[in-house]
Each structure stands twice: as C-alpha cells, then as structure tokens.
Design a protein around this ligand. Structure first.
Ligand code: ZN
Length: 357
C-alpha cells in the first residue's frame, strides 16, 4: 500500500532491515490533494453556484379538456427578486413560499396534482404568470387560503373585515367608497357579476382604491345557483369573468367566494356541501360572517343597523362584518362612519383578504 513512499534502512552489513516512511513524499502528496480540492471548490463556485434558471411550463386546459402548454417562463433568482421587491413591500411572506404559491396551481413541477385544472371555457388563462406577480394588488393563490380564511373566526387578534355584498350599485357603492377613503380604511366587496356588468367603472374604482374584490356569484337567484355543485361553480366563473372584463385584467382571480344566503343550511344544504368541496378542489376559499348590521333583514335606519352590529358583535375579537352596498341600502351609507369610528375607538385593525391572498 505504501509503495514508493517507503525507504529501506540498511544495516551495517548492507542488508535491508526495516522500512521507514519518506516524510517528504507524504507531505508532497497531501499538498497536491489539498490543492486539487481547493481548485475544485473554486470551479464549483465560479461555474455552478449560480442557481440555474427554472423553466416552468404553465399549463392550461382547452375546451376539449386537453392540456396544453400556455406559456413557458424562465425564472431565475434575479428575475424573481425583481418581482419580489414590489410584492415584499405589500406582503410579508418569505421568498420561498411566494415562489411555491405563485406557481403551484399550474406548474408541472409542483403540487398541481393536488389541485384540479380549471375546466370549460373560462379559466383557460392561468392567473399566475410573471405579469400578475408584478402587480401589487392582485390576489395571489395561497394553498393554505382555505384554512386561513376559516381560521379568521378563531383568531384572538382584534381585527375587523368590513365586507359589502350585492354591489356594485349606482349610488350607494360610490358613497361607501368615499367614506372608506375619508377614513383611510380598506374593505372587501363581494360583488355580483350581473351588477359588475352594469357598473364596471365603479368596480374598477373600488379595486384601484385598494379594496379587495371577491366573488358573490353572478345572478343571486338561489334556484338557479343551487341546482347542483356545477351550477354554483359556474356562477363563480361568470362573476369572475365580469370582474376580469371590468378590470381589463384577464389574469384576475379573487380566490374567494361568498355563497348567496350563506355557505350552509337552508333548502340547498346538500348542494352547498358538495359545492364547498368542489370550490376547495379548485383552490377557492369561501367565507361567511360573524357580525352584521341587518341591513338586508329589515334594519332600515342608521341607529338600528349600529345596534344590530353591536348586538351581533358580542365581545368578539375577530370580526367579519356583513353589510350590503346594493342601491336601496342608504342606511348602510349613513351608519358606516360611526361603525368605522367604533372599531377604531376599540383598537381594532381593519383588514382585507389581501392578508391571505
Ligand atoms: Zn347577497
């Protein structure tokens, strides 16, 4: 084993007696090995340490249900950081989870299998390409969104989500937007597709002013919506398309649905239960409310609305407050400033679902 590294030692008769390691040769070899190792490390750092570009194929589904490559995007550390910077200021999530979040819905490399691709003629265009990452205020897919929305109701945080259903409307929604602006508070609008088609400018204004645009279906006709789970989802898609057209942004996805009449109970409970699972499979969350002004249940004055809000609030810390911005809800316009002031005085933080998506 040590051939070449040993010297023989000769005795006084000139005979080989014992072997002795040649220290110089051993040191030289160790030195050569170290030099090679150093060289290898340097080569690795210079040549290979730069993260390779990740080629991500974005898949979509055509009307025959066939999957096709919608686009191929190159993402490397550098380009991602550029987009991340903008988002960073808005959302405090680490880069790794952002990367997963933004691509997982349609990327072959990810957990796509756990989520279904959109079918039919509507969701052919994936929402999470790099263009949509550039925009600060476009909801981003969150694989934990479903649970995080549910968990709002179990939070100990003093927070309030102001939510308005059934708009936009001609007169009431603009007044509500004025009040929210004046008080520097953001809210969430669960809009109806049919109303969005009538007042796209108002929806655009709500979006541009930083409010979260969520989905309340298209028609609000229970018998039509709750025929079966597919018709519920079809309402979601139709409303989503109205939002996309109004915002002139075909990549928009709200990821959040509010079932007309609530997500459970009533005559349509069976369909609703199936629809809840169906939505979940598509990465779409839903939410109800745990506090309301009663503006859709006969509370016709500002005072009644405020009292109903206080009664239903019942010392809760985490509030999802249901109100309506359809055209006959002038009492909501009148009650809103005091409602906002009440939550401000009590030290609540005003939140929207951009916290989650
Ligand atoms: Zn409604």
């Amino acid at each position: 084993m040590l051939y070449g590294l040993e010297d023989y030692v000769y005795d006084e008769f000139g005979l080989k007696s014992k072997k002795k390691l040649n220290i110089k040769k051993v040191l030289l070899i160790i030195l050569v090995i170290l030099a090679c190792a150093f060289f290898a490390v340097m080569v690795y750092h210079i040549g290979f340490s730069k993260k390779e570009d990740t080629e991500t194929k974005v898949y979509a589904v055509d009307s025959n249900g066939e999957e096709y490559i919608y686009e191929e995007v190159q993402i490397n550390e550098e380009t991602f950081d550029n987009y991340s910077e903008e988002i960073e200021s808005n959302k405090d999530i680490n880069k790794e989870s952002k990367e997963n979040k933004s691509l997982s819905l349609f990327s072959k490399n990810s957990e796509k299998d756990s989520l279904k691709s959109y079918e039919g003629n509507h969701f052919q265009i994936p929402s999470h390409n790099l263009e949509s990452l550039k925009s600060k205020f476009v909801p981003q897919f969150n694989e934990n969104g479903y649970n995080e929305v549910r968990d709002i109701y179990f939070s100990d945080e003093k927070q309030v989500y102001l939510t308005f259903d059934d708009g936009p409307s001609k007169d009431v929604t603009p007044q509500i937007l004025d009040i929210l602006k004046e008080h520097d508070v953001k809210a969430t609008f669960f809009v109806l597709g049919a109303r969005v088609d009538l007042y796209p400018e108002t929806l655009k204004r709500a979006f541009d002013e930083g409010h979260y645009i969520a989905n309340h279906g298209y028609s609000h006709k229970y018998s039509k919506i709750y025929e079966n789970k597919d018709t519920v989802f079809q309402e979601y898609i139709e409303c989503e398309n109205s939002i996309r057209n109004a915002l002139n942004n075909q990549d928009y996805n709200s990821y959040l649905f509010r079932f007309p009449g609530g997500s459970s109970g009533g005559a349509y409970e069976k369909v609703k239960a199936e629809a809840r699972e169906h939505f979940r499979g598509y990465g779409v969350a839903f939410t109800n409310w745990n506090c309301l002004t009663g503006d859709a249940e006969g509370k016709e004055t500002k005072e009644e609305c405020i009292q109903e809000m206080l009664d239903t609030k019942e010392g809760r810390t985490s509030i999802v407050l249901l109100m309506h911005d359809s055209n006959e809800k002038q009492q909501t316009v009148e009650a809103l400033p005091e409602i906002i002031q009440h939550f401000k005085d009590e030290g609540y933080t005003f939140k929207t679902f951009y916290e989650i998506f």
